[in-house]
Design a protein around this ligand. Structure first.
Ligand code: MN
Length: 292
């Protein structure tokens, strides 16, 4: 097996606010020239690095908005996210939990800091990753997969090096908590100081890492500190990650869909016609109803 190459290491530079609750760095597709095609099937990564929120009686967040054509994966590292949607569903994504939402044919939802957490305030840290759907599934029924921490696959590494939480895909026989519509691997590698783990993904799979905590050395070459995004090249299969200190690394890898991408805001379709249809359907109330 060949070692993968490191294409880029990016430290976050440009934050923007999603509503008033999520101070995010968009690693792709906006700020750093990494297109949706380059990271397919992943089409957006918003990273809310640690940010202290003062107590608030009114939960901060983002109001009612639609999605169609893809999935949103919300990973809460610190703080809690509450959501409600047009199917009448809702819930809380607690610390260490993941919510895998398949927007598919269309959903309206709102995302906020959880009410009780908001009253106390504190440090908030979260990832939202958008995963594109193959054309044939874009208009399928919306659904949720709540992947609570206890439902994730947990693979204990040898020599007390740490733990790999398998959110999707599988790692050395340990299966993930979420099912996917195309081959996707998503892990949290939780490494002890000096702990090392090795991963392999096909060369053509688009692969990246995000350092959530600590500092790691990638393939014995480059150091990536907290909050840095590491884009791997499409060569070789193997990545070794060694922790200089106790670390958490989010690892994503997926088979590119190789289908046309027509994105506009909260809609990601294959053609302009489908985008226009999405706006029409939204304006005609076909995404359902939800109060702000
Ligand atoms: Mn949303």
């Amino acid at each position: 097996m060949k070692t993968k190459t490191i294409e880029r290491i990016i430290s976050p530079q440009k934050y923007h606010w999603v509503g008033d609750g999520f101070r995010v760095n968009n690693f792709f597709p906006s700020n750093y020239g990494i297109s949706m095609e380059r990271m397919s099937p992943f089409i957006l990564l918003d990273y809310a690095s640690k940010h202290e929120f003062p107590p608030s009686e009114t939960p901060k967040g983002v109001g009612v908005h639609p999605h169609r054509g893809f999935e949103t994966v919300t990973i809460a590292y610190k703080g809690k996210v509450e959501h409600h949607d047009s199917t009448g569903s809702g819930g809380i994504i607690g610390e260490g939990d993941v919510q895998w939402m398949t927007a598919a044919g269309g959903i309206l939802h709102k995302e906020y800091h959880e009410r009780e957490w908001s009253k106390k305030g504190g440090v908030f840290q979260m990832v939202q990753l958008w995963v594109n759907l193959p054309a044939k599934y874009k208009m399928s029924e919306p659904k949720y997969q709540p992947v609570d921490n206890e439902n994730m696959g947990k693979h204990n590494l040898e020599n007390g090096a740490g733990l790999v939480e398998v959110i999707a895909g599988e790692y050395k026989g340990t299966k993930g908590g979420a099912s996917t519509f195309s081959p996707v691997y998503l892990y949290n590698a939780k490494l002890e100081k000096d702990g090392e783990a090795v991963f392999d993904f096909p060369a053509n799979y688009n692969t990246a890492l995000l350092v959530i905590e600590g500092e790691v050395i990638i393939i014995n070459k480059e150091t990536a500190p907290t909050d840095n995004f590491v884009l791997m090249g499409n060569e070789g299969e193997e990545i070794s990650i060694k922790a200089n200190e106790k670390s958490i690394v989010l690892i994503m890898s997926g088979e590119p869909l190789n289908e046309p991408i027509a994105p506009y805001g909260p809609f990601v379709m294959n053609t302009q016609e489908e985008l226009i249809q999405a706006f029409e359907d939204f304006n005609n109330g076909l995404f359902g109803e939800l109060e702000d």
